[in-house]
Design a protein around this ligand. Structure first.
Ligand code: BG6
Length: 304
């Protein structure tokens, strides 16, 4: 559907040609607003009224078909990170570089706005990953942002997948924020290239490149950002992994779509199911993973 047809069919949202002429959907609700590119069903903006943006975007991101957007909320499916056996396949799976369809946009009774985006397996995806799938990302905007990724297996045979809502958060300076909610949680340090795990002790503080799937955790996470006087609260359902990532200096330099000096301003805290938390889905079944993102003032909530 072109922009005019989308606008006519879903008048509750605003459709426009975004960066790189990719179609962008703006959702304005009581309490906040968000932007979603149909390319990857990629949320690129969320801002509660009266607050600074919550989601971080790279100023060096590409916006083109066949390339991922850098920042925002990439949807990773049916594998997270590099493909386990074929490193030439796209990082983070098959759907973040594909156009999704808008299925519905509605204003809810409480003034929130909810959009559903959908994508299905194709001949091309079946050649790479031999399972039919149907994915629906539901984006609900008010003073908080709720993202729900529903995976449906329409076939008779089961499949196993990994997934993430790979959210990039805007922070004042990664070197001064603390991430709460993972104390005592087992994690894999992907930078060590070993399968042995470690346990988090206290809040996560950042002094170097960090790339860690925390396993078997359903806890809320809190990004405590004293300089912005805010706490980002990340709640989740249907997720047993939280991935924490910041590329720091040299990895940022190696990434073409990430400006060299941007790394202090972002932190990825990803609602995910990866490694031993991969999801096995029987034929005809669905699984939903959800993340709920909200802001609190630090002085109101006190020490997390
Ligand atoms: C993180 C992974 O989630 O995403 C990292 O744990 C990876 O290993 C990062 O480098 C960015 O991935 P990409 O494919 O968007 O460059």
């Amino acid at each position: 559907m072109d922009i005019a047809a989308l606008q006519q069919t879903f008048p509750t949202a605003e459709f426009s040609a975004g960066e790189g002429e990719l179609t962008r959907m703006t959702l304005r609700a009581d309490g906040g607003w968000a932007e979603v590119y149909l390319h990857g069903a990629h949320v690129t903006h969320f801002q509660p009224d009266g607050e600074e943006p919550v989601i971080w975007m790279s100023g060096c991101s590409r916006f083109e078909t066949g390339a991922p957007i850098r920042g925002g909320v990439p949807v990773c499916f049916p594998w997270f990170g590099s493909h386990p056996n074929e490193p030439d396949l796209p990082s983070h799976g098959l759907v973040r570089q594909q156009p999704w369809n808008v299925r519905s946009v509605a204003e809810l009774e409480d003034g929130a706005v909810r959009a559903e985006l959908e994508i299905n397996s194709t001949h091309e995806t079946l050649e790479v990953w031999p399972h039919s799938f149907n994915l629906v990302l539901t984006v609900t905007v008010c003073e908080q942002l709720t993202l729900a990724l529903q995976v449906r297996n329409p076939a008779d045979t089961p499949f196993t997948y990994t997934e993430a809502l790979h959210t990039y958060y805007a922070v004042s300076d990664i070197r001064t924020v603390e991430l709460h909610g993972l104390d005592g949680t087992e994690y894999v340090d992907k930078l060590l290239e070993t399968e042995s795990t470690m346990n988090q002790c206290g809040p996560v503080r950042f002094t170097a490149e960090t790339d860690r799937p925390y396993l078997d955790t359903t806890s809320d996470c809190l990004i405590e950002d004293i300089d912005l006087n805010r706490l980002i609260r990340i709640r989740k359902r249907g997720s047993n992994t939280t991935v924490v990532w910041n590329p720091w200096v040299s990895k940022a330099r190696r990434m073409e779509d990430f400006c060299d000096d941007e790394w202090p301003a972002m932190l990825c805290v990803e609602t995910a199911n990866v490694l031993r938390n991969a999801v096995s889905l029987a034929g005809g079944h669905t699984h939903t993973m959800e993340t709920i993102i909200s802001i609190e003032r630090l002085e109101a909530s006190g020490t997390p």
